[in-house]
Design a protein around this ligand. Sequence first.
Ligand code: NOJ
Length: 758
Amino acid sequence: MTDLFHDAPFRNPSLSIEDRVADLLPRATLEELAWQVVQVAAGRPALPVHQEWAAKGVGSVLFVGGEELAALQATAAKTRLGIPLLAGIDAIHGHTLWAGATVYPTQLGLAAGWDTEAVKAVGRATAIEMVSTGLHWTFSPTLCRPRDLRWGRTGETFGEDQLLIAEMGAAMIAGYQGDRLDAPTSVAACPKHFIAYGDTVGGRDASECELSERTIRARYLRPFQVAVDAGAQTIMCAYQTVDGVAMSENHRWLTEILKGELRFEGLVVTDWECATRMVQQVKSAEDLDRAVVRCLKGGTDLFMAEPEAPAAILRQLAAGTLTRGDLERAAARVLAVKFRLGLFERPLVVGKPEDVLQAPAHRDLAHRTALGALTLLRNRDQLLPLEPRARRRIALIGPYADDPVVQAGDWNLGYKANQDLHRNRAHPRANSSTIRDGLERRLAAEGAVITYARGCGGVPMVPAHHHVPERRAQVTDDPAGEAHPERLAAAVRAAEAADLVVLVVGDPPDWDGEFCSTAHLRLPENQQRLYEAVRATGTPLVVILLCSKPLAIPEITDGAEALLVAFRPGQATGDAVAAVLCGDAEPLGRLPISFPRHVGQLPVAYDFHPASHGKVYVDDATLGYDRPLFAFGEGLGYERLRLVQPTLQHQNLPADTDQAVTLTVENPGIRTSSTVVQVYARLPVGPVSRPNRWLAAWARVTVEPGQRQSITIPIPRSRLAICDADGAWRLPPGAIEILVGTSSRDQDLQVLKGTVAQ
Ligand code: NOJ
């Protein structure tokens, strides 16, 4: 720590954040302020460059932790003002880019569990692991809502419903940020990507979003309001343009709506090189100089991965297009977050990662949340759970049945591009259970014979990402992506000799994530052929779809006796799958997103607007606009629970009052079982076009065999409102319907008719 300002008020933790910021700002030179609003990326290039940046007083770094980060913090502490670095990383579902950290399901997998407490616990455990490595800022959660499932980042989201997104997001933020931001295990959250990044044209990553302000308010803004209210310290703006204006310079959305109307007091960080993108892709600025001016005036506070930005800012200050006030406005927000996190008091904390990574409680949580990421969608003749005699000879087939990396999902060591960025580190193999590990472990004592055949490689048939050609080499293990005759033959032999086939297929990593939007929602051709060959043997078939996002493969999902969707469930995938197959646990997942029959059916979501001319495409009547293959909320347990006598608390909802539903859940079966009771709302008549139903509340209920349980599910009044023509949320008086059931499908819902009083 520098001696110069030892006694300055900004160093005094008993003063208010405002006073400390107000004291520090005028002491900073223009150059110091210009560096404070910039973040630089580690990993590449090498560390000495970072030391130079740290010596200049750069505000933030990303992708560096541990002793390397401690060295940078030491340099920052020796600068004239001694302002600590804000150190961020994509700790997206666990501290996943740190070797040895606990890896939970991806966000889509977490959302399938519908369990906000578990998600909060994941946030807490992640924060504890992060701070042990010196990091105190995670670029998470993602609050995007995917519209076109071809979008490569669909698996990074909490699915297709904005209430589920908002509640999951708030839980995760609460977990990350803890009870007090300045507590030693708290990290700052960064909800992203503001706004409507999941609704770009054609599902093309970072392209144009062509929606009106009202539509964005109706579909995408609420989760961010909830995140701001939950105290999120930072928000990342999206790459794309909204109605023609890049988000990083979007004054309407960043300054007027986010900081003004939503009262967001934290910092807005751009996404990666967004200012440069404005010059090179969006072409809204001639050069970086003009881009940084437009960003700072628009509402950006911190430039991600833009080491050239300070020089550009200084030139524009000299030219008079930027003022010290413009710069101070942004720097004040960066500094306030640092003060709130307590970084001035303890910037150099690097603990003992070995004490907390893979802590027993974290491993248990990884297992519990993996069960939530497993959604059972078909179970013909109650094939699952497997009777002991059905599991004596199992053929375990598929390229991902024994792959600890693919099951762990994106933003993970070893998962495509992250490989080079994170210097080829990997998670220890022993931390993960693959499906092969899980089944072999679980069934060893029974003397079951498990024959494992990979069947084909995990290769995509089409090279995915032209910027990173080396990725293909990493995943290619069938020559030219062809189905390999020998491998296929071995799989067929194994299937023929078995009582049961467990086939594990899914989309490859190169078809998942940023830059990875897909034209189709199919399996790679070699996996498709593997399915056909195995199915032709006639051996009963359980398909485990280890996928990043919904796929449109009805011949497979309809063709298997049992279908378990596993949205990349993380390190505990194998043990969780084995427990579910053998009946030690129920699959807890309910779909947080619909599955289409065909890519031509997109967009397909449960809350469609019903006013179209007809409801099917005329050249294929199976492709109903309102008939996904599997609907939002669907998922089976091992018993069929009954929802009895749902009743509205208020038949005529009085003004300023919340609604509630009471009901009884009965378990007529022989096992303890749970379900997610889902409550939807709809307005028979309303002044604007609106979803035909929307999720208003839910509760998981677990009931012992032969027992019944009564529950009351509160429905906050605000969740019944619709987004009016002027973009404001209102609940009009008159008729309202509340739908209660076990999925969003008509046949699973009971309709309660009520009214809203004047
Ligand atoms: C780009 C991604 O869009 C964003 O989600 C991520 O947090 C940043 N890069 C940092 O890795």
